[in-house]
Design a protein. Structure first.
Length: 216
């Protein structure tokens, strides 16, 4: 069994990634900030560990010995323009120390483009709070683009609230930097199917050093 580490394993996306990885026979280290609050994650193939994704030392220490890293972490109590780029820097500095090359990041659909060079969060009337959060993700993406020695991909789901209760179908589409067009209602895309795309990029990597739209 391969070993995967998931930062932000206690969140909606992170939990689905852990479950998907375990279902495929992977061992998983589930990293959270408070292990006591997330005891339910523990399972025969899952080790729960405390760590801070913005700490180079924690990233290097916890990631050592793993095949790949998933970044599903987010903070609502820290400004996005501080948290996300700092997390990105910790990953690109810590993973080479740990000897881990593959990094799969769960992004946000509002950084995708509606036209070349025009992000969703640049639309007139886009909520200011949402714009700040999205630009934090964009700043993290800039950090990753400048990284050396890390084979990363950012998967950006539709810019809507994903369905947390919908069952796994195993189906999804990928695109480029622009919003996916056509297909079913984007809001019907589930965290479970996002997790399928994430683990697919570990088991059979198809995208490298790029932002990828994912959805139905």
């Amino acid at each position: 069994m391969d070993s995967i580490i998931v930062f932000g394993a206690g969140g909606r996306a992170g939990r689905q990634v852990v479950a998907e990885a375990v279902s495929r026979g992977h061992r998983v280290t589930a990293v959270v900030r408070d292990a006591v609050r997330h005891r339910d994650l523990a399972a025969p193939a899952v080790t729960v560990a405390e760590g801070d994704i913005t700490s180079v030392g924690d990233v290097a220490r916890l990631s050592a010995g793993h095949r790949a890293v998933v970044h599903a972490a987010a903070r609502t109590d820290v400004p996005a323009d501080s948290f996300f780029p700092v997390a990105g820097r910790a990953l690109v500095e810590g993973l080479p120390v740990a000897g881990v090359n593959r990094l799969v990041v769960i992004g946000i659909g509002t950084v995708l483009e509606t036209a070349p060079g025009v992000a969703v969060h640049d639309a007139p009337g886009f909520p200011a709070e949402g714009r700040a959060f999205s630009r934090g993700h964009a700043a993290q993406l800039d950090v990753l683009r400048g990284a050396v020695g890390v084979d990363w991909v950012v998967l950006a789901p539709p810019p809507v609230l994903l369905d947390d209760a919908a069952p796994r179908t195993g189906r999804y589409r990928t695109g480029g930097h622009q919003l996916l067009s056509g297909g079913p209602d984007p809001a019907a895309f589930s965290y479970a199917d996002l997790a399928v795309a994430v683990v697919d990029e570990i088991d059979s990597p198809r995208h490298h050093r790029t932002l990828v739209a994912v959805g139905w």
